[in-house]
Design a protein around this ligand. Sequence first.
Ligand code: SAH
Length: 221
Amino acid sequence: MEDSLKHQGLRKKLVDRLKLQGIHNVQVLAAIGRVPRHLFYFDSTFADKAYEDIAFQIGDGQTISHPYTVALQSQLLDVKKGEKILEIGTGSGYQTAVLLELGAKVFSIERQKNLFDKTKMLLPAMGYEAKLFYGDGYKGLPQYAPFDKIIITCGAPDTPKALLEQIKNNGLLVIPVGATEQVMTTFLKTGDNQYAKEEFGSFRFVPMLQDKARGTDSCKQ
Ligand code: SAH
C-alpha cells in the first residue's frame, strides 16, 4: 500500500482545488491532505483517478463520493476531537477515514455485505480504527446512541426518524434528502423533538435502500 510522491502531489492539488471551491475548514483540508484516497479504489488500475473531481464506481454498483462532497459534508459536520459520530453508508471507507483523521470516534453502517467485508479489512490495514457494522442504516445504532453527530452518505428519500432520535441535544444530522436528486440538509437538535433545519444545494447520491428483503433486526459487527 504505497503512498508515492506522485500521489502526494496529486492530493495537494486536490486540496488546493477544494479551497477554490469554497472548502474553508482547515482541519477538513488537512484531513483530506492526509488520507491516501487512491488506496480506497479497490481496483488499483484506476488509482490515478482518485484525485480528480469525480465520483467513482467501487464495485457492487456503489460509488466512492466525489471529493468535494466528502469535504462539504465533513465541513458541515464540524467535527470536534473525540466526538462520537455515526456514518450511514461506509462504502469504500474513505469518508470514515476522513472523520477519523478529524479525531472523531466513528461508528459506520454498510448494507452491502461485499463492501462491508472489503472495507473491514482495508481500514485496519491502513491503521484506521472504526467500529464497522453490517446492517440497515435506517435503524441507526440504538444500542450505541446518542451520537454527537450523524452523517448519511447515500440519498435518503426522507429523513429517517430513528436517526433524528439518536442525536444528542445540540447534536447535528447531515443528510442528502430526495429521491432522484438530493438537497444537502442539516438538522441541529435544539431540544426534545425540536430541530433547526438548513439546506446547502443539490447533489446526486446512490440511494439509501431499505433492507426489506433481509429483514435484519440489528446490525452485526
Ligand atoms: N461514504 C462512502 C460513500 C459510499 S456510497 C465512501 O466514502 O466511499 C453510499 C453507500 O451507502 C453505499 O455503499 C451503499 O451500499 C450504502 N447504503 C445504501 N443504503 C444503505 C442503508 N440503508 N444502510 C447502510 N448503508 C447503505
